[in-house]
Design a protein around this ligand. Structure first.
Ligand code: APR
Length: 310
């Protein structure tokens, strides 16, 4: 039987760490691509030299040739640039839109039957752009943000409760930005509802919404990559192995939560054909209002990119 292959475009912090998670968790072989000569090859070789110690049988191949992604089951797009000093938000948007455009042209050419998972920020906008550029069925294009944001929220809840993080479940919906919606009405520990003080609940919402910025502030150069890479690996695993548990992902909505023909963070079942089903959660009026605001902000960003020449 053919071993599943995940192509990762961008061998930076998130891409290379995702490759590590995928091979070491025995989820798939990996083709790691970057435009920087030697970067993907060097990281792939380093990862393979760890194989005898880690004891896995997976392979990772580094490359600068797009032909090598041919036949990939899943393509993860992490290629992008971080914001540099003096760069406006719009400059970054144009720069990453250009990168996503060139990446999508090559995915279309070399891996036309793949499932595409976007990671490049601003996530919702880049996912919408990728879907339009690829022209694949929308169920085969979705973004990684909700698993990460929810994982951060789960960790913060576990700290408040003083329990192990894996015992907590919770969901974040909406755009992957400061208006994301941590759904505090549905926090669970060991499958049972969690009740927190109002101060703790508000603090968890705020820390979750600022989760990415908190890491950037600490690292000073660069942004989070361990938890993003774990989140990518969980999504790839769900796709390749038809895992039944729904995950929060940036998916194309067709009326769910009133969101029409737009990408947005929702909970969905994933499998070999991509998004199998979007599951709508009951939300409090407050959460519904937050979601509406978050969706409006994502919509404005999508319109901004649509109006740009790049
Ligand atoms: N094609 C392929 N790779 C590219 C391209 C391109 N056109 N342009 C840039 N890259 C590569 C860079 O060479 C770099 O190795 O993308 C990689 C990005 O890696 P990092 O700068 O380390 O960024 P990382 O922390 O991995 O984040 C990647 O994920 O979470 C998001 O906001 C984050 O958008 C960013 C993305």
């Amino acid at each position: 039987m053919k071993k599943p292959v995940t192509a990762i475009i961008g061998a930076g912090q998130v891409g290379a760490t995702a490759a590590q998670r995928l091979i070491e968790k025995n989820i798939s072989n990996v083709v790691l691509f970057d435009i920087v000569e030697g970067l993907a090859e060097g990281k792939a070789l380093d990862l393979m030299e760890a194989a005898p110690v880690e004891g896995h049988n997976r392979e990772v191949k580094g490359t600068t040739r797009y032909e090598d992604i041919a036949g990939a089951d899943v393509v993860v797009v992490t290629a992008g640039m971080p914001r540099k000093p003096g760069m406006s938000r719009e400059d970054l948007l144009v720069l990453n839109a250009k990168i996503v455009k060139s990446v999508c042209e090559n995915i279309k050419k070399f891996a036309p039957n793949s499932i595409v998972i976007t990671v490049t920020n601003p996530l919702d906008i880049m996912t919408d752009l990728a879907a339009k550029l690829l022209g694949f069925p929308k169920s085969r294009v979705f973004g990684m943000a909700g698993v990460l944001d929810s994982a951060r929220m789960r960790y913060f809840i576990s700290l408040a409760l003083g329990v192990e993080p894996h015992r907590v479940s919770s969901i974040v919906l909406g755009g992957h930005g400061d208006l994301m919606v941590p759904v505090t009405s549905q926090m669970l520990c060991d499958g049972k509802p969690v009740t927190l003080s109002e101060a703790d609940r508000k603090a968890i919402i705020e820390r979750t919404q600022n989760g990415g910025a908190e890491i950037v502030k600490l690292l000073k150069t660069g942004s989070a990559f361990y938890a993003p890479a774990s989140s990518v690996a969980q999504m790839v695993d769900a796709v390749l192995n038809d895992k039944p548990a729904p995950l929060p992902v940036c998916a194309h909505c067709k009326g769910e939560y009133g969101v029409q023909d737009m990408y947005c963070g929702v909970v969905a079942k994933l499998g070999k054909e991509g998004i199998k089903e979007i599951i709508q959660l009951p939300l409090t009026p407050d959460e519904q209002r937050m979601l509406k605001e978050s969706v409006e902000k994502v919509g404005a960003g999508i319109r901004e990119v649509a109006a740009m020449a790049f």
